[in-house]
Design a protein around this ligand. Structure first.
Ligand code: ZN
Ligand code: ZN
Length: 873
């Protein structure tokens, strides 16, 4: 008879068996209601776009979240671990063009294919809460939210410069422009166009979004920094210069001490962060699109053509993505602006580097104290006047520009001698008193343009009536359904505009003929609130039940790619605040903790079809099994670092799992014997008795062999290490390595295990705990071996093992000995040794003695268990 333990580990057979078992038991991964009384834990991975194929980045992201979810179940939490589909978007339309398949059909087929892949990989998702954003039961709530925002002035229509990707044939948000190119089409230059657009007023929350970042200490600092920079708050001042009459020329004020604005004079508002330098302003610079420039140019055809040239240069620079590097050009308008602080008349220029959408499209130019202004003034011979003297005498006061605020004011009238900071406050107060300025804050963040001229998205629920203007679709007419069977073409504007049944509608206000909005929403709308819907996915009367959301939110752990640091993660923080202000939820932030995993690369390069280095998850699973594929994704690198995919590595993990399988199945009968004998214990009871302590009677090492003590020590050290890692730094690679070490020690003791030198209860504790530790990383094998150990209980609800410090403690420790700070020897001492005996052992060491010979030991410092340092002269 063949030894049954010679059987091979066959992941294919084991995994298909459990796929069926798990599918037949939907409660296995289901969240429980709040009434369960357990503490809740909401773990979430970012939902994928259903392209039709999971890639290795997905596999890794979900393996991280899945390990955490399984661990938290075993820690006794009520876990919500859902999955869904970010299912609207352009690729479906491209596929429709290419294959003549309707976008809906293509998308839903991809969803089904990827769901099968996820199930094959064994991810513990509660599919009862699945959300698919392209289905009307979801997107109707996008429309509902849009209407609520419209009522509150948060959704509005504005004519604006928009980023246009010729490849997508649609508008892009600023965030979707990367180095002047489309975020999807990395080599397609984005153009600027003027369009009437729907926008969401995210800027109304700019300050709150910024301040909230300080409290998000569970988010990576790099993400918070990226958001801070994106919001781009700058503190400064608004000051009104005044347009001088046409016949006035440059020069000093007529009566500087008593300047009052000429009544009715046109104001030119500038934004500056350095009002303390305003006495050094020697020109005012306007953006080519500034209304005053447009007025002046209308009356001056020479000026007009020059302004158009500047505008063209600016447009090109913007499209190239680096407006900061533009070669600066300007032209004098021939008119003058009056500095309100001293009445001085300074020339007004138009400049290609001044942007209409920063501040108010006008700046004061202070060449003595600003690099850019200095460069411009030197180029065009504009006056340079120093108004700040450096505080540091080592700085040559004559070298300009001097741009720091470490100085005092000069040439600044009554403000002379003040520090820059003090002067700023006083100047702001003076400006406010005289009504020509005030302290002011600007943000780089712009409102979120959400209109897309595409078919495959949420229809914007608005109607245009010739009589009534813009009329919102009434709530009882939601959802505005996206028509099916639409012919997708790339020409002729929005596809929805070519469908009369969609376009023509009765005005809800006057009953007359009207037209629907044909733009659809940016798909980032879909992902801004999907995780709320998971908690109540089938609600047909509201986006979700507020009570249910209050129980689950905020998300305890959100996991996804750092590429979403500013897009999705700012929009969803905004959406959360809007819902809070609608009284629907009470949390300010969507997620308490955020983790951004590294990329999966191959031979150091990003995987891509064009490079031909894509590793297919299906292929890996077919060859090595889901467990090995997932475990390798956790083992090959710390989760926050990039992972270079090595097939040898997956094969190695597969061999390791095979060893685990042989070890446990071989010794299970002996261990099960102990269970049958009983001692009144039920399965895992040795791990946690009623009082939360390890049950001492179960596998008491007292009186048992040295090998038992050694193996239990290793086991309890491993439990402590992995438990700590789940609670803290998430170095799952070292967790897997620790399990490997444990298995190595058990295998090394194989002869003793076979000879019965380890008492059955200890053997049982060793094998059961090993399986429990494996469960978050290799769930299929863990379930299989749990059953092999004769366990009937649900592995996922079995308590996580607890480390017993008295068992984990080493008998002996290694203590380094240093002489004058240099390592010379390593002692092995009893873990319980006191300072005195360690000192004696150090002085008795041969290596130490040879170094000390002929010298005198001035001092011996002993840190018990850590270090001995001898000071020798
Ligand atoms: Zn594009
Ligand atoms: Zn009407």
């Amino acid at each position: 008879m063949a030894d049954e333990h010679e059987h091979r580990y066959e992941p294919g057979a084991i995994e298909s068996k459990w796929i069926e078992r798990w599918a037949a038991n939907p409660a296995l991964y289901a969240a429980e209601p709040a009434s369960s009384g357990k503490p809740k834990y909401y773990v979430l991975e970012m939902l994928p776009y259903p392209s039709g194929q999971l890639h290795m980045g997905h596999v890794r992201n979900y393996a991280i979240g899945d390990a955490l979810a399984r661990h938290m179940w075993m820690r006794g939490y009520n876990v919500l671990h859902p999955m869904g589909w970010d299912a609207f978007g352009l690729p479906a339309e491209n596929a429709a063009l290419k294959n003549n398949t309707p976008p809906r059909e293509w998308t839903l087929a991809n969803v089904a294919a990827m769901k099968r892949q996820m199930q094959r990989l064994g991810y513990a998702y509660d599919w009862a809460t699945e959300v698919t954003t392209c289905l009307p039961d979801y997107y109707r709530w996008n429309q509902w939210f849009f209407l609520r925002m419209y009522e509150r002035g948060l959704a509005y229509r504005k004519k604006s410069k928009v980023n246009w990707c010729p490849e997508c044939a649609t508008v892009l948000a600023n965030e979707q422009v990367v180095d002047g190119c489309c975020w999807r089409h990395e080599t397609t230059r984005v153009e600027l166009r003027d369009l009437e657009q729907w926008a969401l007023r995210i800027t109304a929350y700019a300050q709150e979004l910024l301040e909230g970042l300080d409290k998000l200490d569970g988010w990576p600092e790099k993400v918070r920094t990226m958001q801070r920079n994106w919001i781009g708050r700058s503190e400064g001042s608004e000051v009104d210069f005044f347009l001088a009459d046409k016949d006035i020329v440059a020069g000093p004020p007529d009566a500087p001490e008593v300047f009052t604005p000429p009544p009715g004079a046109e104001r030119i508002r500038v934004f500056t962060t350095r009002i303390d330098t305003i006495f050094g302003a020697t020109s005012v610079q306007l953006a080519p699109e500034h209304p005053l420039v447009q007025t002046l140019a209308a009356a001056d055809s020479a000026l007009k053509s020059q302004v158009e040239m500047l505008l063209e240069e600016q447009k090109k620079a913007r499209e190239s993505g680096d407006i900061g590097a533009i070669e600066k050009h300007g032209i004098p308008t021939g008119r003058f602006a009056i500095n309100p602080f001293n009445g001085e008349r300074v020339p007004i220029w138009v400049a290609n580097y001044v942007l209409m959408d920063y501040g108010a499209g006008a700046i004061m130019s202070v060449p003595a104290h600003d690099e850019r202004d200095h460069e411009f003034a030197v180029k065009y011979g504009i006056a340079i006047r120093q108004v700040i003297a450096p505080a540091d005498p080592a700085i040559d006061a004559g070298v300009l520009p001097f741009t720091t605020m470490e100085g005092t004011l000069v040439n600044s009238g009554e403000y002379n001698g003040l520090s820059c900071i003090t002067a700023q406050k006083k100047l702001q107060q003076a400006a406010e008193r005289s009504s020509f300025g005030k302290a002011s804050i600007t943000y780089r963040l712009k409102d979120w343009g959400v209109s897309r001229q595409r078919y495959w998205g949420t229809p914007i629920p608005m109607i245009y009536c010739d009589r009534d203007g813009i009329v919102p679709v009434p709530d009882n007419q939601l959802p505005v359904l996206l028509p099916e069977n639409v012919k997708i073409t790339q020409a002729g504007g929005s596809p929805l505009g070519q469908i009369p049944e969609f376009l023509n509608v009765t005005c809800p206000r006057c009953g007359g003929p009207a037209r629907r909005e044909t733009d659809t929403m940016d798909t980032f709308v879909d992902s801004s609130w999907y995780f709320y819907r998971y908690t109540d996915a089938h609600n047909s009367t509201a986006p979700f039940d507020s009570g249910v959301v209050r129980y689950w939110f905020p998300i305890d752990q959100y996991i996804g790619g750092v590429e979403h640091a500013i897009l999705h993660l700012i929009y969803s923080r905004f959406w959360t605040r809007v819902m809070r202000d609608l009284g629907m939820i009470s949390n300010d932030e969507p997620a308490t903790r955020l983790f951004t995993q590294g990329m999966v690369v191959k031979d150091g390069a990003k995987m891509s079809k064009s490079k031909g280095n894509v590793v297919s998850p299906d292929d890996m699973v077919a060859r090595f099994g889901a467990d090995a594929t997932r475990m390798y994704a956790l083992f090959a690198a710390p989760p926050d670092r990039d992972l270079d995919w090595q097939e040898d590595g997956v094969a190695g993990v597969s061999r390791f799992l095979s060893r685990v399988w042989r070890l446990v199945t071989k010794h299970a009968p002996a261990a099960n014997g102990s269970k049958a004998q009983g001692a009144g214990l039920k399965g895992h009871d040795f791990i946690r008795a009623e009082n939360g302590q390890r049950e001492p009677g179960a596998s008491d090492p007292e009186g048992s062999s040295a090998v038992s003590t050694k193996l239990l020590r290793k086991l309890h050290q491993t439990i402590a290490k992995i438990t700590q890692d789940f609670e803290g730094r998430w170095h799952f690679n070292t967790c897997v390595a620790a399990i490997m070490e444990l298995v190595n020690e058990m295998q090394a003791a194989d002869a003793q295990l076979s000879a019965g030198e380890v008492p059955a209860p200890v053997l049982r504790e060793l094998l059961s705990s090993l399986v429990l530790l494996l469960a978050p990383f290799a769930p299929y094998l863990a379930f299989e071996l749990w059953e092999a150990l004769g366990e009937q209980s649900n592995l996922l609800r079995t308590p996580w093992p607890i480390s017993d410090p008295s068992l984990a403690k080493e008998d002996e420790l290694e203590v380094p000995v240093q002489i004058n700070g240099k390592l010379v020897a390593v002692l092995r001492v009893a873990a319980t040794a006191d300072a005195k005996s360690i000192e004696a052992a150090a002085l008795a060491d041969a290596k130490v003695q040879s170094r000390v010979a002929g010298k005198s030991v001035a001092k011996v410092i002993v840190v018990p268990g850590k270090l001995v340092n001898l000071v020798v002269k």
